[in-house]
Every structure is written in C-alpha cells, then in structure tokens.
Design a protein around this ligand. Structure first.
Ligand code: LMR
Length: 395
C-alpha cells in the first residue's frame, strides 16, 4: 500500500536544527531556527510563564474539552494585545489555534472554503513554510517584490506597483513587524500608504505577526494592525505566542478576523469553528490558560512585558556588537544590515558558498540564503562568529 512513497524533501529550517543538534563540535553556534536563546544559550522559561503555571497547578484544572474556539477570555486578551487596550470586540472573531502555523493553515482553509479564494500573494522573500502551508491548502501562491538583496533595501515602490495591479479581493500576506527572513520592516508612513492601497484596490490583507514585541515593543509592533483596523479594513490576523512568551512547544496562537460588524463576526466565528472541528476538533488547553493567566493579571502582564523587553534589548546588543566587530575587522560584508535590521533576524547577504564554509569549518549554522537568527549569539561566542564571518567573507 505504501511502497510507492518516495523520500520527502527535508524542511530547510527544521532539518538545519537537527543537523546542528547532531554536530559534536563544542564551538557550534545555532543561528538558524527562529528561537530565542538567552545569554547562557538556553531557551528561557519566562518567569511570568513559570508563575502562571504554578498558579494553574495550585488551582488544579481538570483536563476536559475546551470550546472549539478556545476560551473567550483568552480571545479577548488577544484582541487587546493586537488591536489595543481599548478595542471593542464588536466585529471581531478570534479563535485559539495550534501555534501561528495553525492560524495560517486555518486562514488558508477559510479563504478557500468560505471566501472562494484560489490565490495568495506572499512577499519575496518570505518565511520558508508560508508557500508550503498555502499551497498545501490548495491555494496558488504568487510573490510580490519586497527586498532587494543586492542593495539591502526594501523594494517599496515595486511592492506598491504590484499591489496596484492586483485584482479586487486578492489576498496579500503581510508581516506587520520583524519581517521573516529579512528583518526589514515598513515605516508607519509606508504602512499608511499600503493600507490606503489595500482600501482603494479592495485587497484583503492577511497579517502574520509571529514576533510581536521583538521589533520596537508590543504596541509599536502592532502599528500596521491597528492602523488597518482603524481604517475599517477587513483583514485576517494570525498571531503566535511561540516567540514572545517562549511557548514554542505548547503551540499557542490565534486567528482573528476583523469583519466590520457583529453579525458578520459571529458568522465568521461559526465558519472558523466548523473548520477547526473537522480538522483537530478543539485546541490544546495548557498554553491558552497560561497566556490568559498572564494577560488578565496586571502584575504578571507587567512581568511578561519587562522580560520581553529585556529579550529584545539583548538581541539589539548582539546586533550592535557583531556589526561593530565586522566593521572594525574591515568586513566586505554589509555590516549595516546586521546593525539596522530588526527582530530576531538579519538577512546578511552571505552567499551559499560562505554559508557552507561557516557550517563545515566553524559549525556556525544559518538558514539559506543568509538568514541569521541573532539570539543564538552571546558574549561567549560572538567574537568567534565575527571572526568566522570575516574569514569567509574575505576568502
Ligand atoms: C523560523 O522561521 O525559523 C521559525 O518560525 C520556526 C519555524 O517553524 O520555521
């Protein structure tokens, strides 16, 4: 029955992580997968998460089925986080999902099954898994210009030109902050222009916000979402707590639809519930309870935010230090990208040969074509990495 199956292509990000784990070089450095490591090289258990878990343990929740859409209190907190403290729930439909990827898959199913969409436009470049998720859900994927890897710049005018040429109703996936993989974001003024074009051309944005809090802060990073919502634009928002609460393995995310009015939102919520039920029935509970506990308690919420701020600051320190190491070493590589890009990633401009040498000779792992995940750097390995990059970019 199964004998016809052929070997599958490995996922470029996950397989790199596996190769890193297998590597027995004591100096190995993981700058591949989008994961936050602390200064000691560990994935943190955030204090806010630990305290919320202790509280939940004391309360002793039985493990019954949650509602298909997850808890209403969690959904309300997600809406505040994405759209601002004062947001009205009217016109919004939010469901808990299995991570940010689960939110994207649910969005894809919704677009195809309920909005009859057959295509989606993704930035060039974009997260390696976007294409697979949407194509796997039966949508045809196209790209819009985003980043010029030679000049190291956003292709803003070309992007607008593309949007202006799209058919009405076309779905466009946008990264509101910390663009994956380039670390290059739009300014607030550029977002306002994009939102105007979306409105004029009657386009449908799907915002994928997986790194809220890692750019400039939780509020600032939500600028595009809030501006779109204020402008009355219908849109979809997929968000994740993998990175900003370090809940990777608990698979916690949400999908929010901004629908304009309460009746439409209620119908949209019903559609999402139908899709969830037929796919995995209902979400896992533990992650949602943790985040709900944090976000509904002032002290825990404050603690979480301050821990996230510290994570962002540490990444920034690493950026500046690596860029200055490369500058002082006379690097041929454009160190300003590393300095100026935002979030977890830098799109370094290292070529495939240089990446291969970094991996083979120095056990330093980056995702092709040149994405570096900065939190893998710390004071113990940063000079080693800078020296290795200087060496490969000289040769
Ligand atoms: C990444 O881009 O490395 C992360 O989003 C992790 C993943 O699932 O690919």
């Amino acid at each position: 029955m199964f004998a016809h199956l052929q070997p599958s292509a490995a996922d470029p990000i996950m397989s790199l992580m596996e190769a890193y784990l297998r590597d027995d070089n004591p100096q190995k450095v993981n700058l591949g997968i989008g994961l936050y490591y602390d200064e000691q090289g560990n994935i943190p258990l955030m204090q806010a998460v630990r305290q919320a878990e202790q509280r939940l343990l004391t309360q002793g929740h039985p493990h019954g089925y949650p509602p298909i859409e997850g808890s209403a209190a969690f959904a309300a907190q997600v809406q505040r986080l994405l759209l601002g403290e004062e947001v009205s729930a009217c016109g919004l439909a939010t469901v808990q999902t299995v991570g940010g990827s689960g939110a994207l898959k649910l969005a894809a199913d919704f677009l195809r099954d309920y909005l009859s969409r057959e295509e989606i436009w993704l930035s060039d470049p974009t997260w390696a898994n976007h294409g697979a998720i949407f194509a796997g859900a039966g949508l045809q994927t196209h790209s819009y210009p985003y980043f010029d890897d030679i000049a190291g710049e956003l292709r803003f005018e070309a992007m607008l030109e593309c949007f202006n040429g799209l058919p009405a109703g076309a779905v466009v996936l946008l990264h509101p902050c910390c663009h994956n993989p380039t670390g290059t974001d739009l300014t607030p003024a550029q977002w306002r222009t994009v939102i105007e074009v979306m409105q004029q051309r009657r386009l449908l944005p799907l915002f994928d916000i997986a790194y809220q809090g890692f750019g400039d802060g939780l509020e600032q990073d939500a600028y595009a979402l809030r501006a779109a919502h204020r402008a009355g634009l219908d849109c979809l928002i997929a968000n994740s707590f993998s990175k900003n609460a370090a809940l990777y393995g608990l698979r916690l995310g949400a999908l929010t639809l901004c629908c304009g009015d309460a009746q439409t939102a209620s119908n949209a919520q019903g559609a999402l519930k139908t899709l969830i039920r037929r796919s995995y029935s209902c979400p896992p509970t533990h992650g949602g309870r943790i985040m709900e506990t944090i976000l509904t308690d002032d002290a825990l919420r404050h603690l979480w935010r301050s821990e996230l701020d510290a994570m962002r600051d540490r990444i920034r320190q690493m950026r500046l230090r690596l860029a200055s190491g490369l500058e002082q070493g006379g690097s041929a590589l454009d160190y300003r990208r590393i300095r100026d890009q935002r979030g977890m990633f830098s799109y370094t401009g290292l070529n495939p040969q240089q990446l291969e040498t970094l991996r083979q000779r120095y056990a330093i792992y980056l995702v092709a074509p040149g994405r570096m995940c900065l939190p893998g750097l710390n004071l113990n390995n940063i000079d080693y990495v800078a020296d290795a990059i200087l060496a490969v970019s000289r040769s």
